[in-house]
Design a protein around this ligand. Sequence first.
Ligand code: FEO
Length: 395
Amino acid sequence: MKPVEIAKGVYDVGVIDWNIRDFHGYSTHLGTSYNAFLIVDEKTVLIDTVKKDFADQMLRNISQIIDPAQIDMVISNHTEMDHSGSLPYIMSRVGADKPLCCSKMGEKNLSRHFSEKFNYQAVSEGDEISLGSRTLTFIETRMLHWPDSMFTYLKEDKILFSSDAFGQHYAGHEEFDDAVGEAIMPHAKKYFANILLLYAPLILKLVDKVTKLGLEFSMICPDHGVLWKNPGKIIEAYAKWSQQEAEQKAVIIYDTMWSSTHKMAMAIADGLHAEGIDVHPMKLRGFDRSDIMTEVLDAKAVIIGSPTLNNGIFPSVADFLTYMKGLKPQNKIGAAFGSYGWSGESVKILEKELSDMKFQMMESGLKHQYVPDETALEKCTAFGKKIGQAIKEKA
Ligand code: FEO
């Protein structure tokens, strides 16, 4: 139940969205939360808001602590509507003339989303705002993951309000990571793989910058999911994921019309397994693309299969390739396979797509006309073994 006092005078006044299952195309099997934070000092500050539909619920949470009209300033770390959608309503209750603090780019972006003339106060990296006994400062995190993104840091308490970074789409009554335990990490990994992966080089720079600044964190508070009482754990995971360190693992992502490509996928999986590789066959239309992408994150090899359909590839495979391309996974071995009836273009198309993503390709993909017999399946298993050996050599 919110609000929760997470440190002395610091409250989580956000809301839990138990029912959302599709967050702009990302499958949120357990729902999510929109976290927002209230700091009560000589000045009272609200950091971020929630989705528009939850504005009243958040106001009720705030009202259990103070009258919303007593808030002196609102901070927007990031413009995306799950955190700023209720700003017009909240500002009308807080006081329309109260300062709305954001990055310079935040001011531009917010003013393109809302017609209201808010009292914007743009801040830059290192600016400080005194709340009385405590101080807020700001860290610019452009393109993590919007151009306007920034972090807010409560210096004396060493609490980082990290906007989307370090978040997880997880709905639960647990407030902190230790209440969920290791089970929270797959949610954090999925969030990274689907929201932040393409910005991995920027994350490494940010980790470097924060290290040089000598900032310490007692707690990291993202805008989704649980808060990190053990910041070292999630920072370490982000460093690993950003470096795109892979396991001895392969993902076989495919679709099938009459099961021929499926049979090929299973035989390729046998070959990989025989080489001791952790192999995940994932049929599109059986797995959500965001769950598949989570497995791609730490896989050494990505093997794509598609039948030929109308001289092209299967629509579900094209969908996934478009999605994966945008997220820019790196350091992968790529391979393609598929069955066909007469023209057989799919493997060539898949190989081009994977080459364009700079995957290190197996020299030739595997295609088979109509239904694979035992001999063809043995070839598939040998193909899987060859990929498995390449994975081990690369490790
Ligand atoms: Fe949770 Fe980028 O919004």
